[in-house]
Write a protein that binds this ligand. Structure first.
Ligand SMILES: Nc1nc2c(ncn2[C@@H]2O[C@H](COP(=O)(O)OP(=O)(O)OP(=O)(O)O)[C@@H](O)[C@H]2O)c(=O)[nH]1
Ligand SMILES: [Mg+2]
Length: 201
């Protein structure tokens, strides 16, 4: 399996002209505010607070790029992780929501390096129409997506298969993968890295 050697923050962007030039495979994290996108990014990279985490929804407001160096048996290489701002939190004006939508759809459609998108959903919650929309948008533009059920430590392990089945059905997943992960307990991380590896190498 690949090992992460080092990672660094590259830049933040709003529009595509601000994206960093890169030849590396890119993976993005999208999902409702507070679902645990920034936390998962830190967990995958073994970093405490490379991406800023907060109990207050709406912490990540821009498209944030992180460069990652990895090592595998066959090769050394780089990929990019992208932390996207979350959607769906209360107390947000329509103008803000429209801004988010524009920022995300521009990123998905303009970023050719983008190999796959992790759509994060809370393992405790029912399939959300906003998540279904994002999954549909990705399928329409032909981007691979992988669903991560976050905060798996909040639900008994014995209930995980049932929760994943319900989410799979509710989100209308076909061949897409779905994994249960806890950033808090560092559970399920290996499966995500292995999946990422199958695409990056
Ligand atoms: N119990 C538990 N809490 C978690 C887990 N992952 C994240 N959290 C908590 O959830 C809250 C939100 O985490 P973030 O990683 O900032 O969420 P985000 O999706 O990046 O949020 P935005 O940037 O607002 O879109 C924080 O209080 C985290 O500590 C997890 O695996 N288990
Ligand atoms: Mg965040």
């Amino acid at each position: 399996m690949i090992r992460i050697i080092e990672s660094e923050f590259l830049t933040s962007a709003v529009t595509s002209d601000q994206y960093p030039a890169s030849l590396f495979a890119e993976f993005a994290f999208v999902g409702r505010s507070n679902v645990g996108k920034s936390s998962l990014l830190n967990t995958l990279l073994n970093r405490k607070s490379l991406a800023k985490v907060s109990g207050q929804p709406g912490k990540t407001r821009l498209v944030n790029f992180f460069k990652v160096r990895f090592k595998s048996e066959e090769e050394d290489g780089f990929f990019t992780l992208v932390d996207l701002p979350g959607y769906g939190f209360a107390r947000v004006s329509k103008t803000e929501r429209d801004k988010w939508k524009k920022m995300i759809s521009e990123y998905f459609s303009m970023r050719l390096q983008l190999q796959a998108v992790f759509v994060l959903v809370d393992i405790r919650h029912k399939a959300d129409p906003k998540d279904i929309d994002v999954i549909r948008m990705l399928s329409e533009i032909g981007k691979t997506c992988c669903v991560i059920a976050t905060k798996s430590d909040k639900v008994a392990m014995s209930k995980h298969p049932e929760r994943l089945r319900e989410l799979r059905a509710g989100l209308g997943l076909q061949q897409e993968k779905i994994f249960a992960v806890s950033s808090l307990k560092k559970k399920g991380v290996t499966e995500v890295i292995k999946w990422l590896e199958s695409i990056v190498i």
